[in-house]
Design a protein around this ligand. Structure first.
Ligand SMILES: Nc1ncnc2c1ncn2[C@@H]1O[C@H](COP(=O)(O)OP(=O)(O)OP(=O)(O)O)[C@@H](O)[C@H]1O
Length: 267
């Protein structure tokens, strides 16, 4: 299976879209500081189709970061299977990692290196061909040309976010994982970043899997929404379907219903 190579570049996807992320019974337990274990992710099944944008929602401690960390290969699952871009992450992780990337406002770039130096270091790590030209093109695309010689530590939050995106797109990923892509951005800059991500994804036929607490962002960007609670997948569907199913007006109201309910998970 080959996924995310530009099939369906027009943004349409049919029922037969191949799966970019496929998890079965995915589980992660940590040793708890006070003894015993914490089950951060509790046997979830995930099916993320190619050429889509999918959100992972959930309250604090629901298991989102742990799930994303397993998908990007930073954490090994305790149990279950995980295939990303058609590769088994237990045995062929390096083949999947070469075609994906990750961006989070909570992961800082080295402060003293300039933007260009940062992008050059990461470009070499990713083995990017024609790196100078690639950096020039990415900088123009993300309005960073005038910032290339500035130390990364001296940038505003909006500028840092654009640099982090340039870094995450350097290797031309077909799967982009994002943790809170617009956290700490003003509404105008956040809107620009959302518009950029959406048009980039449609242009190259990639897949975006993002964790967010911004419900309006999720409604605008995402084809599917997965809601985690207590390490389990509590519900899923399009934002429109979820809003209708819960008899609510917004995804935020659905989120609050789920967060405050004491019922058992349905999925
Ligand atoms: N390294 C770790 N050791 C022990 N427990 C951990 C570790 N990492 C996460 N946990 C626990 O696993 C659970 C899920 O955490 P996780 O960070 O995945 O949640 P989250 O949904 O990303 O939350 P948030 O929205 O607050 O970032 C929490 O109870 C957390 O305390």
């Amino acid at each position: 299976m080959d996924v995310g190579t530009g099939t369906g570049v027009d943004g349409e996807r049919g029922d037969a879209a191949p799966l970019v992320i496929e998890a079965r019974g995915l589980t992660k337990r940590f040793d708890a500081p006070a003894g015993g274990t914490v089950t951060a992710v509790d046997g979830i099944d995930l099916s993320v189709p190619a050429n889509s944008t999918v959100a992972l929602l959930g309250g604090n401690g629901a298991g989102k970061t742990t799930t994303i960390s397993m998908i990007v290969g930073l954490l090994l699952p305790t149990a279950g299977s995980l295939r990303v871009l058609g590769r088994d992450m237990a045995t062929d992780r390096h083949l999947a990692l070469a075609r994906m990337n990750f961006s989070s406002p909570y992961v800082d770039l080295p402060h003293r290196l300039t933007v260009r130096e940062n992008l050059t270091v990461y470009g070499h790590l990713y083995g990017v061909q024609d790196l100078r030209a690639r950096i020039t093109a990415m900088a123009a695309d993300l309005h960073l040309t005038d910032l290339l010689n500035r130390p990364a530590g001296k940038l505003s939050a909006g500028q840092k976010t654009r640099v982090a995106l340039a870094k995450a797109l350097l290797n031309d990923p077909v799967l982009l994982l994002l943790d809170e892509p617009t956290a700490s951005l003003d509404p105008d800059t956040g809107d620009w970043v959302r518009g950029y991500l959406d048009s980039w994804r449609r242009r190259v036929g990639a897949t975006i899997f993002l964790a967010s607490h911004n419900m309006a962002e999720v409604e605008r960007l995402c084809d599917d929404v997965l809601i985690m609670k207590g390490g389990r997948l509590h519900d899923q569907g399009s934002a429109t379907a979820l809003i209708a199913r819960y008899g609510r007006k917004t995804l935020e109201e659905v989120f609050l219903d789920i967060a405050r309910a004491e019922d058992a998970p349905v999925g």
